[in-house]
Ligand binder design. Sequence first.
Ligand SMILES: Nc1ncnc2c1ncn2[C@@H]1O[C@H](COP(=O)(O)OP(=O)(O)OP(=O)(O)O)[C@@H](O)[C@H]1O
Ligand SMILES: [Mg+2]
Length: 402
Amino acid sequence: MSKKIEVKNLVKIFGSKPKLALKRLKDGWSKDKILNTTGQTVGVNNASFSVDDGEFFVIMGLSGSGKSTLIRCLNLLNMPTSGEVIVDGEDIVKFDKKQLREFRQKKVAMVFQNFGLFTHRTLLGNVEYGLEIRNIDKDKRQQIALETLESVGLKGWEYKKPTELSGGMQQRVGLARALANDPDILLMDEPFSALDPLIRRDMQVELLEIQSKLKKTIVFITHDINEAFKLGDRVAVMKDGKIVQQGNPEDILNNPSDEYIEDFVKSIDRTKVIQAKNIMRKPNALVSMKDGVRVAIKEMQANDISSVFVVGEKMKLEGIVTIDDCVEAVKNKQSSLKDLLRHDYYKTSEDEYIEHLLENATKSRYPIVVVNDDNRLLGIIVRTSILSGLLPSNSDTETISF
Ligand SMILES: Nc1ncnc2c1ncn2[C@@H]1O[C@H](COP(=O)(O)OP(=O)(O)OP(=O)(O)O)[C@@H](O)[C@H]1O
Ligand SMILES: [Mg+2]
């Protein structure tokens, strides 16, 4: 996958003597010491990371850790004190005014926590704003704005003012305004933090849907580790202006690099982070449709289990058979598995989160079976794997992927 954004050794210092502070920073002085001795604030301290094209990259960290400062360097709302911000191979820090204007109008859009809407404009007026300043003609820009508003669920509200809307709806307008320009990159600074939990959850799901449809590159900031892990392909954690750990949610959850991150991870709801693919395993036993009842019985006896999944060609899942049915079939001189197949098991995709599997895992007599879109069997999940998957990171979690 190609790199969309590459940030290299980025430093942002606020104050009138950034050069002096930069030197101290390079000499290894802490953010606090620099502030106390020079009055300069280190916003971002030597951050390096990259974001792939189409990736959902989340930045999290406590208040004041430098998240907003960092994301604002990605469209130069903050001018970095040193370092590079390479987008599509070009260092935007070196852009002249014209290049920067183009970049902001076409390639990148930002969504803010406090929505940042024009209160005197209608929703339509807000959403078409970015197109207006690009001199797109009126009919065209209105058509795009109408379509974009519809895509975020605001059809029928086009001529209302933002103040007539709930917070969740206002943020949909913020999102529509960002999307209307069809930017490659969306920068989102705590866009859902002001929303109440239920609306927030809806917006998260919608954003993921939009992301899977439009394949934007997203940099998203949050305080909330559950939100970070739900949305992020990868997550960077900031502290005192530094990125202290980055990786996919699984990595961070299982190997927090220090106490600061352990503290974050403690509050995570693991059922919302761990997916079927993280805990599924190869079934010890499997039989093929071509095998007969006797083979199935042998498989079950050898593995000390009372049911076994049956697959056809290319591992296509056909069903499950039980030891009781098979023994009965032998008595009746039946040899084919076909008539014995049962389908009262629970099937899931490899991306499903444990929270949605828990109930079925406890109800079902059989393991949960994980299949792909073509119904090919990928793995099974037994109840104990789910429970061990929920244990915190330092316990010996079974995570077998294949
Ligand atoms: N314009 C500014 N002038 C001076 N200092 C600033 C400015 N903006 C941010 N800072 C300082 O930079 C540091 C990082 O702030 P920043 O706003 O990036 O944190 P944050 O992680 O986004 O916090 P929050 O979660 O509260 O939004 C803080 O010490 C802050 O006081
Ligand atoms: Mg902030």
